[in-house]
Write a protein that binds this ligand. Sequence first.
Ligand code: HXC
Ligand code: NAP
Length: 294
Amino acid sequence: MKYKEPMFKAEELKGKTILVTGGGTGLGKSMSEYFLKLQANVIIASRKQEVLDATVKELTEANPDAGKIIGIACDVRKPQEVEAVLEAGVKEFGEVNGLVNNAAGNFISPTERLSPKAFDVIVDIVLKGSYNCSLILGKYWIEQKLPATMLNIVTTYSWTGSGYVVPSAVAKGGVLSLTRSLAAEWAKYKIRTNAIAPGPFPTQGAFSRLFPEGLKEKIDPVNRIPLKRYGEHQELANLAAYLMSDFSAYVNGEVVTIDGGEWLYNAGEFTGLEAVPEEMWDIIEKQVRGRNKG
Ligand code: HXC
Ligand code: NAP
């Protein structure tokens, strides 16, 4: 099975300069590393400069023949800080022509326990952060007549909704709508917009907040996934690289689910019948066929 291996091997992202929000950790870091290996230049941006510096050092040392990476502290909720990142990216690399809206905040909680501020903090990072970056980079691309690609990292509960992560569900639903809306509106400027909806991929940021110890023993997330494993970072990075590359030039407004079948498995009315032991099916079949005669 090749899913742990890099899909592209060469310089498929050469000439691209991609801003990855939340690129200092987790999935953002994995995508950034693969973009670098494919010779893109990468700007990572999140709130903690020390995290960004450590990631820049690590990825630069591990990939000496790759593109160049810089890290600029930025709170995506603040438009002026996003403007400053763009400015620094243009100064360093000449232009910026890709954006991955990956930064997010999330935690599990019964909704009735949330304060308005707790709701705001998630919606502001996820939805406001994504539209701030999309708007600021979009205006720049349109003004400069630069073809560009945007990729938004959403979740499968962007369309199903989910209890216990309601601010995140509301915000990610908005980001999915942003994806489809801008795909339609900005294609005329040669700006493509797509999304990836991952199922569970182990990261410290997500798993510590969503599947804390104790709870994880009671509700093992792997049991919800018909392929019975988590996602591998490289397989998500492969998909992201494809969507950011020119190989996906005709893909626009799409949301690609990468969850091992998780959301459909749990949505399907009769999926739970897999708990029925093989030998019981003879009895069940007899009963059901019996109804046909009567
Ligand atoms: C209830 C909570 C809470 C909790 C915080 N709050 N945690 N309320 N239950 N567990 C409330 C606080 O009391 C406060 O409201 C308000 O939220 C803001 O909290 P702060 O701690 O001041 O915010 P801040 O320091 O800015 O931290 C933001 C954060 C934090 C979102 C709360 O978790 C964070 O920095 N996250 C970034 C990384 C992250 O979340 N990664 C996971 C993404 S995973 P009051 O009213 O009390 O002041 C993901 C995956 C989805 O999205 C799909 C998985 C399958
Ligand atoms: P993560 O490591 O916690 O990544 C979130 C990143 O967002 C962090 O680097 C964080 O850095 C940054 N961030 C948070 N608030 C910010 C702000 N206001 N401004 C700028 N940056 C901010 O978690 P992850 O699992 O890799 O998540 C990455 C993306 O994948 C998210 O969009 C998440 O919703 C999505 N996703 C993850 C999973 C999963 O199973 N892991 C599943 C579905 C979707 P700072 O705290 O330093 O700012």
